[in-house]
Design a protein around this ligand. Structure first.
Ligand code: FVH
Length: 283
């Protein structure tokens, strides 16, 4: 069966991975990059080089944009000029929900996207990509987009993918922050971080992840009643910070969470569970 031709605009680390995956899956692939030499390897592998953005968007019904930031997307689309009828644009550049909505106003068939993967994960089972915007574009091109990684369409609001992308990144950064503090603490005692991570931290985090569905339910229902570990108990002492300071480790990564827990207890919610803190996050 003939595969849908695809154009990839932007051949940085991520654009190269996307174009390679499409080529490997048998899609006729046209590529363009501001610095043309970055297309050389892809052309050797079978991609077609477009000399201008306008030529690139005219070459395929599906155009994937993956450049540095929103300003670069604006520049590239301006350089493209009016898009040929029937061309769908899928923008995988990291941006904000407002930027996604502005682009959807400008581009008739538009999907915004967020890549939850690093380049080496593209086209593997670990890659997840979020999309939102024109449902028809996803219905038409979803199968092609699955080549890049598991594709989730989050609805017609073009801003939804960017919001979910940032929410997922926030979750990951929270975990990385916890990891860094834990690593600093054991390192201060001369413990090898690699061994600590594989034998203790990863199994512990797996056990803690199992608590997330119940915590999410508490947030959804607004019933934060503690079943096992009250906020009052958790906020009562600040042992992590105390011991960290004694070990010469700054507690600044974890201090904000502890301060919020204390504030919530002071507000009379000591009998709640940890998710109760979310009520203090309304800006
Ligand atoms: N790489 C990653 O791990 C992350 C994973 C999650 C998603 N991000 C987002 O993907 C976008 C591109 O990231 P990247 O890793 O490909 O970035 P670079 O390797 O730095 O390549 C940048 C490309 O953007 C082109 N570019 C920059 N400014 C302009 C412009 N004004 N007009 C046209 N193109 C522009 C640049 O071209 P050149 O410097 O080679 O000429 C590269 O092709 C990004 O949003 C991440 O947040 C990646």
């Amino acid at each position: 069966m003939t595969k849908t031709p695809v154009t990839v605009l932007g051949l940085g680390m991520m654009g190269q991975a996307l174009a390679t995956a499409l080529l490997d899956a048998g899609h006729p692939t046209t590529v363009w990059n501001r610095t043309p030499a970055r297309a050389d390897d892809l052309v050797t592998r079978g991609a077609t080089r477009a000399d201008t953005v306008a030529d690139a968007v005219a070459a395929a019904p599906l155009v994937i944009v993956c450049v540095l930031d929103h300003a670069a997307v604006e520049q590239v689309l301006t350089e493209a000029g009016p898009l040929p009828a029937g061309v769908a644009v899928v923008n995988l550049t990291t941006g904000t929900p407002a930027e996604a909505r502005a682009l959807a106003e400008r581009v008739p068939s538009y999907l915004d996207g967020g890549i939850m993967a690093v380049p080496s994960m593209i086209a593997t089972s670990s890659a997840m990509l979020l999309y939102s915007g024109d449902p028809e574009v996803f219905a038409t091109h979803g199968t092609t987009l699955e080549v890049l990684g598991t594709a989730h369409h989050l609805g017609a609001d073009p801003g939804a993918a960017a919001l979910h992308d940032l929410a997922l990144l926030a979750g990951a950064y929270g975990m990385f922050g916890g990891f860094l503090h834990a690593a600093a603490l054991v390192r201060s005692a001369g413990v090898e971080v690699g061994e600590f991570t594989s034998s203790l931290l990863i199994p512990w985090l797996h056990a803690m992840i199992a608590a997330l569905p119940e915590m999410a339910e508490q947030v959804d229902t607004g019933d934060y009643t503690a079943k096992e570990s009250s906020l009052e108990m958790q906020a009562a002492n600040d042992t992590i910070a105390e011991v960290s300071r004694a070990q010469g480790v700054s507690p600044e990564l974890l201090a904000p969470l502890h301060a919020l827990m204390r504030r919530r207890v002071e507000q009379g919610h000591g009998g709640d569970d940890l998710p109760s803190v979310i009520e203090l996050l309304r800006a």
